[in-house]
Design a protein around this ligand. Structure first.
Ligand SMILES: Cc1ncc(COP(=O)(O)O)c(C=O)c1O
Length: 468
């Protein structure tokens, strides 16, 4: 056994290596230079253990992804077995492997409508990128070569490659000097009912958003709009639930105008809302393309997929015999990642995790609802196992704290000190726990959040703020 001082010496060394050499995704340079990283060493179920042995209840589910929970021996065995048998083999052109073929067929079976075709990728961003390229290829093959423009929504997050980051539009991410595709990507408003203009009610807000979409099509030109991209529930943008019928009406307009509807289910698929896919089962729409990642393997290995309709496939694969689909990655249909995804799906089925997620999701919503009475909490919203607290200074005007107060970071730091991880995003705290979470773990998380909110509120009052 390592002694405590050896342990902390080697932990310190690792911390320093990380700080010096690892540029983290979304690193904030100044605070990182000072604080470095919190190292996680071990995980089991919904719990994480840091390098000092401290235990945390992971209400983030990793990053919306550890659906079946961590440390599953069955997953380890499935991954090891496939690695021994065939660690890698290309899937380019006309080669394949058993797990990839089986997984494609399984996804096709679970997906809605006639979305029976699967193009594998390495994660969510590359699934979105692949969808963007598929839109262009399809519209070209369909004889509509000008339909290269796409419409998506402000505050959406679709990934971090050049195309996926351009399709998304989180205000806070756009401030920092990167370049984006601007000529063929257009954005409309996010469906934020809490901050709907002129306090519109849900129906009026849906009308307003649909009208804006129609106007955007007119502005860009109907002959030039090739696709609409949207998450069923906008995740990182603040767990924004679509107002009644809004998605259905947008779907309808897309069908009328030969605009492909791309539903980004990187977060919502594989159980987060209690269904394999949310588009049809929760929101009553069958998209043309669905992108998935995260819960597909519960984060055990990186994998994503762009699932699309037979109709699209027929158009792209018939006609010009010299046509080749020049899109795809070295690790597309990676046998080990596909074996992990197959085992993950098997576990979700065998343990009825979709039903469990629906049941505990309802409990989670009810418990979090108790926080609505508290100062700082302007809104509590979500569905299934994705929820968000919107923190405000004044609950009647919905005014927020200035950015430098770092309100959600203070709340998440306080919750972390009690051993509960929630995610700070702007002035929001977001949660997306593993599907296996229990009611008693939910109680623990909500109790800690209550205490964190009380403490932060008191600190702020001592600093001269007056949250109301
Ligand atoms: C809705 C959505 N789409 C795409 C992505 C990008 O996925 P990845 O980080 O696996 O590339 C994310 C990541 O959080 C996401 O939330």
């Amino acid at each position: 056994m390592e002694s405590m001082s050896q342990r902390s010496r080697s932990a310190q060394q690792l911390w320093e290596l990380d700080r010096r050499h690892f540029l983290h995704p979304f690193e904030h340079f100044e605070s990182f230079q000072e604080d470095g990283s919190l190292f996680m060493e071990r995980g089991s179920g919904c719990e994480l253990f840091d390098s000092e042995g401290k235990n945390y209840l992971d209400m983030l589910g990793g990053l919306w992804c550890t659906n079946i929970g961590l440390g599953r021996e069955e997953m380890v065995d499935a991954i090891a077995e496939q690695t021994r048998k065939l660690a890698y083999s290309s899937t380019f052109t006309d080669m394949s492997n058993e797990p990839a073929a089986r997984l494609a067929a399984k996804i096709a079976k679970l997906a809605p409508g006639n979305l029976n075709r699967v193009h594998f990728s390495t994660g969510g961003s590359t699934a979105i990128d692949s969808a963007f390229r598929l839109v262009h290829f399809f519209q070209q093959c369909a004889g509509r070569p000008d339909k290269v423009h796409v419409i998506s929504r402000r505050q959406s997050y679709h990934g971090s490659t050049y195309a996926s980051m351009s399709i998304g539009y989180k205000e806070a991410d756009r401030k920092h000097g990167f370049k984006y595709i601007e000529d063929i990507v257009h954005h409309i408003s996010e469906p934020d009912l809490y901050r709907a203009p002129n306090n519109m009610d849900e129906q009026a807000f849906a009308d307003h958003l649909v009208k804006e979409f129609e106007n955007k099509i007119d502005e860009v030109g109907v002959h030039r709009v090739g696709a609409f991209f949207a998450e069923p529930i906008m995740g990182a943008g603040g767990v924004l639930l679509p107002p009644a019928d809004y998605l259905k009406r947008i779907r309808q307009l897309c069908t009328e105008h030969d605009i492909l509807y791309v539903s980004d289910e990187v977060v919502t698929a594989f159980g987060r809302l209690g269904h394999w896919f949310a588009s049809e089962d929760v929101f009553g729409i069958v998209p043309d393309i669905i992108t998935v990642a995260k819960g597909l393997s519960s984060g055990y290995l990186p994998i994503g997929a762009t699932i699309y309709s037979d109709k699209i496939h027929e158009t792209i694969s018939t006609g010009d015999a010299s046509r080749t689909y020049t899109s795809g990655f070295t690790y597309a249909g990676h046998p080990v990642c596909c074996a992990a995804a197959l085992k993950n799906i098997e576990i979700i089925e065998r343990e009825n995790l979709l039903e469990h997620a629906s049941r505990v999701g309802a409990y989670f919503g009810q418990k979090l609802g108790e926080l609505k009475e508290m100062k700082l909490v302007g809104d509590v919203r979500g569905m299934g196992l994705m929820y968000c607290l919107e923190n405000v200074l004044d609950r009647s005007t919905k005014a927020t704290f200035p950015e430098e107060v770092s309100i959600s970071k203070r709340i998440s730091d306080s919750a972390e000190s009690f051993g509960v991880l929630v995610r700070p995003v702007g002035h929001l705290n977001i949660m997306s726990p593993p599907l296996i979470i229990t009611e008693s773990q939910i109680d623990r998380a909500v109790d800690c959040l209550k205490e964190a909110l009380r403490r932060v509120c008191k600190e702020l009052q001592q600093e001269g703020w007056d949250p109301v």
